[in-house]
Structures are given as structure tokens and as C-alpha cells.
Design a protein around this ligand. Structure first.
Ligand SMILES: C[S@@+](CC[C@H](N)C(=O)[O-])C[C@H]1O[C@@H](n2cnc3c(N)ncnc32)[C@H](O)[C@@H]1O
Length: 547
């Protein structure tokens, strides 16, 4: 896996000590604070303070109780906090900028520490009531009680800082304000997820104040989301505000029935590996004729016993939106939701969804953008950036193509689209989706883009436009070198990790100094897009043009 350049890393780790692990994980989002919100006496970043002389004088002890103030948000949505009159940095889950609280030091990590919040003394700026009753326990929505505008400002700031410090694009350059586009908000801030995966468990997570309660037998069973930091404890949830209303109807129906002793159903125990029910995966699509939601319910079980699921299937299938009930059987001790075998228990085996006027068939395990509404916005941006002339004369290379959704939406304007993807099932789905939409100018190929050799470019004509949409680790150095040699006129880089995105655009524009490789692209624009409100995730679309 390629890493952040060493000089950028040095700068980052000097000023932001908790970023040291970037080289191995590259999964950070950046520390940020909002200059409009921070009181004048605190305008220095918490990160800088970590390096000042005061910070050297203060070292908290494990379990020490401290009064803290959160200054900004760092990677994974953690709050960056300081002890009054000290610059020492402490990171705290669920602490938001401006909040004063009492915390206990849970872990010391060299020049910074982690704290657990015990009690809020005064809430943060931009406080809003979290509409979800589970928001303070569930790790999914970390910023639900930060106003949406403040969430957007924090995300935009994170991208900007990464572009400057990791990407090495100076904000003093007069072009910088044109390059750095404002974040695109998501118009729908709840019920936007078309897929949610809930887990069954034999250990219900309880808040501290209820820990003394003794739970017997199936009172300890839970269906919901993993409690943050626990692989074996499940926060029981009756509804999730991020998924569709019909999906919540299904969840409620399963919750009302699955623990009935007469059904004899047991949750899978991740310690003993006994038990039957592993996951409940709910996917929301759309009926192409009526435009109404259609839902797939996928029970992931440790063995194939359809008779055990029959009573639940009978209840759920009365919900009008349910068109598919699947059973993935996963006999391994691993706890993933992908089964070795798949059975249809009710209705059809796929649901449909439309994106940019095309129809996609979605099976239980196929990848599809999780926020359909915002994917429309994202794909329109990608199409605009690609600048395809629309005269069917240009070649598009779609790297990390998944189920081919980006390439397929561009195909109508292109001469031919070549897509590369490592997961064979996704490639099969891409070819199926091309057929379904009557598209015959696409070629999707299975291949590992981390293992390309000098022959890679011989498999397709020179592209006019490269689309690259890697997952969080970004592009491998082999691929960066290939692109620098290929010299396609345009690269549209789509990223779900602004840190590796900034690193890769630095390589493509400024070269890889350590390896004496010259860059040959100019960054024309970088546009953050909020695909997942209330979570720390940020998507970016970057346009690079050959110099
Ligand atoms: C962020 S997704 C993008 C999918 C697609 N472009 C879309 O918008 O639906 C990244 C994709 O890269 C694929 N991938 C990850 N590592 C890869 C590799 N080394 N070679 C090829 N594809 C890879 C993943 O399987 C996944 O489908």
C-alpha cells in the first residue's frame, strides 16, 4: 500500500501527534476546527498546542478525571480536547467543538491520550437535539447533535487542510480558491441509506447505569448495531433513522417476533460459535414501474434451516414493500454477512434501483452506492468533470469500477468504456447491468490494480479520460506510476478518503520526489461531497488535467 510522502507526514505528525499512524492505516480524516466558532483566545489549533511548551509540562495519568474542552474534530469524528492552561491533546469519542465535559483518561499514546466522556458540563456550539434515541450510544452517527451546517463546515475544513498539508497545494496561490470547491450538502439528512446491516447477538449492550440489572435467558439477546469498541456486544435498536421507513417496519416486525421462545431461534454467539441467526441485512430499492420502494430482507445464518425462519418469513412477507427474502448461509466462524450459499425464501432474488436514468439489479451481496439520492449528485459531478464531448469518440478507463455504475452512466457519451475491478461478482454484475440497459460499448475485466505490470496498458486503447475510484487506501504506487506514463488527458479521481486522495493528487501533480519521478498533472478542481450526514465520512471528486 502506498503511503503519505515522508515530508508531509513529518509536518503532520509534528503538529498533529495523533496522526502518526497514518502511514500504516491511511484511514484518517483530518483534525479541523471552525474559525467562525472558536473563541478568540483559543484560535491556535489544539494540534499546535500539543507541541507548545505547556504541553510538555502536563502528562495525564491513566484513569485520571479531567475537566476538558473540545476544540475541533479529528479523524473518525473524535473530538480534540485540552485541559485548561495546558496544550496537551486528548481525543474523545462523542465530544463536539465547544463542549465542556468531565472525562476519564482511558489510554495514553505517547504525546496524546484518549479520554472517555463521563458528563457534559456545557454543550457545544451549534448544539441540536439528536432526533435518534440511540445517538449517544451508537457509533454510527457521531455528529447527530451538531447542526448540519457545522458538520459541513468541519468536513470542508478537513479536506482543505489535507489538500494544503498533504497535497502541498498552497492556499496563497490565487487559483487555490477556484480549485477548492465548497462542499456539496446532502439534501436528505435522514433515511438516506439504502442498506443497513444489523447483527444478532447473545450479549446485549447496556448503558452503565443499567449494568447492575440481571438479565436472564433471552433477555440478554439483542438485534441491532455493534456497540462502539465491542465486537461481541450488541446495542439493541428498534429503528434506525438512517434507513427507509419500510426498512424500519421490517426491523420492528423482526424485533417483535424473533425472541418468541416458540420459534426456538437463537443468536449466533461469537465466543462459543453456537447459535443460528447472524445478521439481518435490509436493502431498499425502487420498483421501476411504480417508483415506489421495494425491499430485500437477507437473513444471514450459520446453517441452512429454512423451516426455522418460516414463521418470520410469513410475518415479514405481509409487509407490502417486501419483494425479496433471502437467506445467506455462512458456516464460517467469521462474522461477515456474505454466505457461501444463498437461498431465496420469498419473492425474487434481486431488487432494482435507478441511477442517472439506468436500471441496476441488486443482489444480496452486490455493491451499490449506499446513498442513492446523493449518488445521483456525485455521478452528475463525475460526468461534468469528465467533460465527455458526447460524440461517442472518446475512450474511458474506469478503474475500481465495482458493479460498473460510473462507467455505465458515462457509456452513452463515450466510444468505449473499459472497467477494472478485483471482485469477480462485481464484474459479473457490471456485465449484467450493461446488458440490462442495452449498453454494448463497455468491457469490464476482473483484475487486481495493486498488481499491474508493464503489460497492463496493452489491454485497452489509450484512454481520453481515466476515472479512478479506489477504496480507502487510495491508489497503489504501481498504478500511480502507470498513470504518469499513460498520460491520459484527464483524470477524474473519486475518493472516499481525503487523506489518501491528497497524497495521490500530490504524486500525480508534483511527482514522487523520493523516486525521482516527475508529476505531469494540474489539479483543476477538488469538490467535497457529503454522502453520509452525521458520520465522519467525506467523498471528494477531483479533476486533473495533463500539463
Ligand atoms: C469505492 S468502490 C467504487 C466502486 C464503483 N466505482 C462505484 O462507484 O460503485 C472501490 C472498488 O474498488 C475495488 N477494489 C479494491 N481494491 C482493488 C484492487 N486492488 N484492484 C481492483 N479493484 C479493487 C473494490 O472491490 C470496490 O468495488
Amino acid at each position: 500500500m502506498a503511503s503519505i510522502p515522508s515530508h508531509a507526514l513529518r509536518h503532520l505528525t509534528l503538529t498533529r501527534p495523533w496522526l502518526r499512524k497514518i502511514r500504516c492505516t491511511t484511514s484518517l480524516a483530518f483534525s479541523s476546527q471552525d474559525p467562525h466558532q472558536i473563541p478568540p483566545q483559543n484560535t491556535d489549533t489544539a494540534a499546535k498546542n500539543a507541541n507548545d511548551s505547556k504541553s510538555q509540562a502536563f502528562f495525564p495519568k491513566k484513569n485520571q478525571i479531567l475537566e476538558l474542552e473540545c476544540e475541533s474534530l479529528a479523524f473518525k469524528g473524535k473530538g480534540v480536547c485540552k485541559v485548561a492552561d495546558s496544550g496537551f491533546v486528548l481525543l474523545c469519542d462523542n465530544a463536539l467543538p465547544g463542549e465542556r465535559f468531565i472525562g476519564r483518561v482511558s489510554r495514553k499514546k505517547g504525546s496524546y491520550a484518549e479520554v472517555t466522556k463521563l458528563k457534559t458540563l456545557s454543550p457545544h456550539w451549534d448544539f441540536v437535539d439528536a432526533p435518534c434515541e440511540y445517538a449517544s450510544y451508537c457509533g454510527g452517527c457521531k455528529t447527530q447533535n451538531l447542526s448540519y451546517e457545522a458538520q459541513l463546515r468541519a468536513k470542508e475544513k478537513q479536506v482543505r487542510e489535507l489538500v494544503i498539508h498533504v497535497g502541498k497545494f498552497s492556499d496563497k496561490n490565487p487559483d487555490f480558491s477556484h480549485i477548492m470547491k465548497p462542499i456539496v450538502p446532502c439534501d436528505i439528512q435522514f433515511h438516506y441509506r439504502n442498506k443497513m446491516e444489523f447483527s444478532f447477538g447473545s450479549q446485549k449492550w447496556l448503558p452503565k447505569e443499567l449494568l447492575h440489572e440481571k438479565l436472564d435467558g433471552n433477555e440478554n439477546y439483542a438485534l441491532g448495531l455493534h456497540a462502539p469498541g465491542f465486537f461481541d456486544k450488541i446495542l439493541n435498536v428498534d429503528k434506525c433513522l438512517l434507513q427507509s421507513e419500510p426498512a424500519n417496519k421490517i426491523l420492528a416486525t423482526v424485533q417483535d417476533n424473533w425472541k418468541d421462545p416458540e420459534l426456538g431461534l437463537s443468536p449466533y454467539n461469537v465466543h462459543s460459535h453456537a447459535g443460528f441467526l447472524k445478521h439481518l441485512v435490509l436493502r431498499t430499492g425502487r420498483d421501476m414501474k411504480t417508483g415506489l420502494p421495494e425491499l430485500m430482507v437477507n437473513f444471514v445464518t450459520s446453517s441452512y434451516k429454512p423451516e426455522m425462519l418460516k414463521p418470520l418469513v410469513e410475518k415479514i412477507s405481509t409487509i407490502p414493500e417486501v419483494v425479496s427474502i433471502m437467506n445467506n448461509v455462512n458456516t464460517s466462524i467469521g462474522n461477515t454477512s456474505v454466505g457461501e450459499e444463498e437461498y431465496t425464501l420469498y419473492g425474487k432474488s434481486t431488487i432494482t434501483e435507478s441511477l442517472r436514468g439506468l436500471t441496476f439489479q441488486i443482489s444480496a451481496n452486490s455493491f451499490f452506492q449506499t446513498n442513492t439520492h446523493q449518488a445521483e449528485v456525485l455521478y452528475k459531478l463525475i460526468e461534468d468533470c469528465s467533460g465527455l464531448r458526447g460524440d461517442a469518440s472518446e475512450i474511458v478507463l474506469d478503474l475500481f469500477c465495482g458493479t460498473g455504475t460510473i462507467g455505465l452512466t458515462l457509456a452513452k457519451k463515450a466510444k468505449h468504456v473499459y472497467g477494472y475491478e478485483v471482485v469477480p461478482q462485481a464484474v459479473a454484475d457490471a456485465n449484467k447491468n450493461a446488458k440490462l440497459n442495452g449498453i454494448n460499448n463497455t468491457t469490464f475485466v476482473q483484475g487486481d490494480l495493486n498488481k499491474i505490470d508493464e503489460n497492463f496498458g496493452k489491454h485497452f486503447p489509450k484512454p481520453d479520460i481515466v476515472i479512478s475510484d479506489p477504496n480507502r487506501p487510495g491508489m497503489h504506487m504501481k498504478l500511480i506510476k502507470f498513470l504518469l506514463k499513460l498520460k491520459a488527458p484527464k483524470i477524474v479521481y473519486v475518493s472516499c478518503n481525503p487523506a489518501t486522495c491528497a497524497r495521490d493528487i500530490d504524486y500525480l501533480c508534483h511527482g514522487v520526489v523520493e523516486q525521482n519521478i516527475k508529476g505531469c498533472y494540474k489539479l483543476k478542481s477538488i469538490q467535497p461531497v457529503d454522502m453520509f450526514p452525521h458520520t465522519p465520512h467525506i467523498e471528494c471528486v477531483c479533476l486533473l488535467e495533463l500539463c
